[in-house]
Design a protein around this ligand. Structure first.
Ligand SMILES: Nc1ncnc2c1ncn2[C@@H]1O[C@H](COP(=O)(O)OP(=O)(O)OP(=O)(O)O)[C@@H](O)[C@H]1O
Ligand SMILES: [Mg+2]
Length: 671
């Protein structure tokens, strides 16, 4: 793969810490990929001593594919390419004994966490959804800042925070009892472990001798510390990032980490890349002009390497249905004219809720599409059921999973029975599953119910044992057969066709599990417990049904589009209140929204379309919309407003953004 001199410098600098700071599409990710190959082929590193961390599973997968094209199979063996969370999970898995975790620990997703916290806060009058969300956010913030419950209790100020800290401690204790971890734990726990346990730290430093991190601007405090612990004094690492693409502050990301890095490592080698290889000159110019409205810590230049290209188009629609129709119509026409493929197009939006209408329009027009994020493979009920069973098999104390499956398919363990089991479990401080095994279950339930509970749980224990003994696939098959799951699907689906589809999903899951149990060139074979944690993590991270090869229009949120590129991009819903989003405006954080728009614009290689509505339904009301201020910040000479008669005059353009908005609103409403 070709590299320019600056990229070459970043790749070959291996004697100390290295930061590549550069704008979108300048080849940062390419540097990471080339550097891995360089380390193996030129510097004598074994692949298994190298770890590369990216932000999403999709990015990790892409990186693996690209590496496979450069390194031979043998050379690539053992290379770790993962997300931060998978790396954390890996560390926890291998160190579970030191951490006092039983091997089959469960991963709680947001819904599990919510359910548990709801239960824990019943007495505190926190049923109010907003308050619960605040609590969840607070706990997550603490974890991302590496604040353990004890410290949270010491530093908490004010009534509410004190209560939150107490609930945080209670939450942690329950998670321990359930042998469960949440998403943030996957970073916090290994980081705390590595910083407090020298032996473990040295072991991991020896295991990972060179570390590379992509999208570094979106690391939070705990991730920063994790990197620091892993690289140790030797500080052999390369991180790449772009402060203008920092879009995860709401999850605790600290773009200041880029600055902190220079302080923590005075010998940090800083490399800047200034050539953009992705986008047309116009798209890049628009992106540069937009982001110039944000304050900057670092000076960055980004020059186009490609042609100037087509103007950017702004399409105005009457309402959101019309917007979707216009996108689809434009796409169909454009695809025909340009002999393009479906997968050359991306529809990017601010929030998942916007996807549904586009989905409908695409479906009506028989255009294949794929949504990344949003409706997940794993959020389908049949997948949740089977995953629930698997979670119970590997960790019977996982009460949430047990609750999900104990009466699916129906076996007479309804709410009344469960309440009784729950009371017994509470009294004895054991899990629901354990309660079904307890001799007292015979007093707690009527004979028939006790019998059912005992038979069911014993059967699961047996299956779990078989799975552990290595007969895993057979045990799984036996499980799906044993619960008559196929019949259950036919009984509960609206049509036989739907049932068939759902059964197909179950087979797909089974196929995945088989692959993971058997392992391949890049991944070792896993145990069932490992498979279950990995799949739950995958679900949590991307909530996605992957099918990379097929020719489908790509749909995703702006957040999910980070690091990716598409020939033609529709950036939809370019309206005030949506992009920039109202919640950020309320917090006075328009800059993060501008970075988000910058990320969206810089995904486009050849052409970029914005769409907006004159009216949009919100909270059941039809509200008037104003064009996004970001549209008005773009160089108007490079924009074509499709619904408008003429470009604004130079004079008009010089007006402030605000009067521009008023002007445009007037024009939009005239029609
Ligand atoms: N030296 C080069 N010569 C030709 N093409 C290049 C070169 N460097 C990078 N590219 C291409 O430019 C595009 C953008 O590269 P890459 O995705 O690595 O950029 P990036 O800086 O990681 O972008 P982002 O900030 O969006 O993550 C890719 O298609 C890549 O293959
Ligand atoms: Mg990149």
């Amino acid at each position: 793969m070709k590299l320019n001199p600056a990229q070459q410098q970043a790749v070959t600098y291996v004697s100390g810490p290295c930061l590549v700071l550069a704008g979108a599409g300048s080849g940062k990710t390419r540097v990471i990929i080339n550097k891995i190959a360089y380390l193996v082929q030129q510097c004598g590193y074994k692949a298994r001593h190298i770890a590369a961390v990216t932000f999403t599973n999709k990015a990790a997968r892409e990186m693996k594919e690209r590496i496979a094209g450069t390194l031979g199979k043998g050379e690539a063996r053992g290379l770790r390419i993962s997300t931060f969370h998978t790396l954390g999970l890996d560390i926890i898995r291998r160190e579970h004994k030191v951490l006092g975790l039983k091997p089959g620990f469960s991963l709680f997703d947001d819904q599990d966490t919510l359910a548990l916290l709801k239960e824990l806060t019943e007495d505190e009058l926190l049923e109010d959804k907003d308050q619960l969300q605040q609590l969840i956010k607070q706990i997550s913030d603490w974890k991302n800042d590496l604040v353990l419950p004890e410290r949270a209790q010491r530093i908490a100020q004010g009534e509410k925070e004190v209560l939150h800290a107490e609930l945080y401690a209670r939450y942690r204790d329950h998670m321990t009892a359930y042998n469960a971890l949440d998403f943030d734990d996957l970073i916090m726990i290994p980081t705390v472990l590595l910083s407090s346990n020298q032996a473990v730290r040295e072991k991991w430093q020896d295991r990972i001798r060179y570390l590379l991190v992509d999208e570094y601007q979106d690391t939070n405090t705990s991730q920063y510390q994790l990197v620091k612990q892993l690289v140790g004094e030797r500080a052999r690492f390369t991180v790449v990032g772009d402060d203008d693409q920092s879009i995860y502050s709401w999850r605790g990301a600290k773009p200041q980490n880029l600055v902190l890095l220079g302080k923590d490592y005075p010998n940090l080698e800083l490399v800047k890349l200034e050539e953009n290889y992705r986008s047309s000159g116009r798209i890049l110019k628009a992106a540069n002009i937009l982001i110039a409205n944000n304050p900057h810590v670092y000076d960055k230049t980004l020059r186009a390497n490609l042609n100037y290209g087509e103007p950017l188009t702004v399409v105005t629609a009457n309402n959101e249905e019309h917007e979707a129709e216009r996108v689809v119509a434009t796409l169909v026409r454009h695809k025909f004219m340009n002999h393009a493929k479906h997968k050359d197009y991306a529809i990017l939006y601010r929030g998942n809720h916007q996807a549904r209408i586009f989905e409908k329009a695409l479906m009506t027009n028989r255009i294949p599409y794929k949504i990344s994020g949003g409706t997940s493979f794993f959020s389908r009920s049949e997948i949740k059921d089977i995953m629930g069973y698997l979670r119970v098999l590997v960790n019977p104390d996982d009460d949430n999973a047990f609750l999900r499956i104990c009466n699916v398919p129906k076996r007479g363990m309804g709410p009344a029975t469960l309440e009784k089991i729950g009371r017994l479990a509470n009294r004895k401080q054991i899990s629901l599953f354990a309660a079904c095994f307890d001799p007292e279950i015979e007093q707690a339930l009527p004979p028939q119910g006790a019998e059912t509970a005992m038979v069911f749980t014993r059967w699961l224990v047996e299956l779990g044992d078989r799975a552990q003994r290595g007969d895993t696939l057979e045990a799984l098959k036996e499980m799906i057969r044993g619960i008559n799951y196929e019949d259950h699907l036919y009984d509960t689906s609206p049509s036989p066709k739907a049932a068939e589809m759902r059964m197909k999903n179950v087979s797909e899951l089974y196929r995945w599990i088989t692959d993971m149990l058997e392992g391949d060139d890049l991944e070792e074979a896993m145990t069932l417990a490992q498979v279950v944690t990995r799949l739950t993590l995958r679900d949590m991270m991307e909530r996605n049904n992957e099918d990379e090869e097929s020719d489908q229009v790509q749909m995703m949120t702006l957040h999910a589009s980070k690091g990716l590129e598409f020939p033609y991009v529709f950036l939809v819903g370019a309206e005030e209140g949506l992009l920039p989003h109202q919640s950020s405006l309320d917090e006075g954080n328009v800059e993060e929204e501008r970075r988000l728009a910058y990320v969206g614009i810089t995904r486009a290689q050849r052409e970029l379309f914005f769409t907006l509505c004159k009216e949009r339904r919100q909270y059941g009301e039809q509200l008037k919309c104003e064009p996004s201020r970001f549209l008005l910040e773009l160089p108007q000479d490079d924009l074509v407003w499709e619904a408008r008669q003429k470009k604004p005059s130079a004079e008009q353009r010089q007006q402030t953004g605000k009067s521009n908005i008023a002007m445009m609103r007037a024009m939009l409403n005239k029609k």
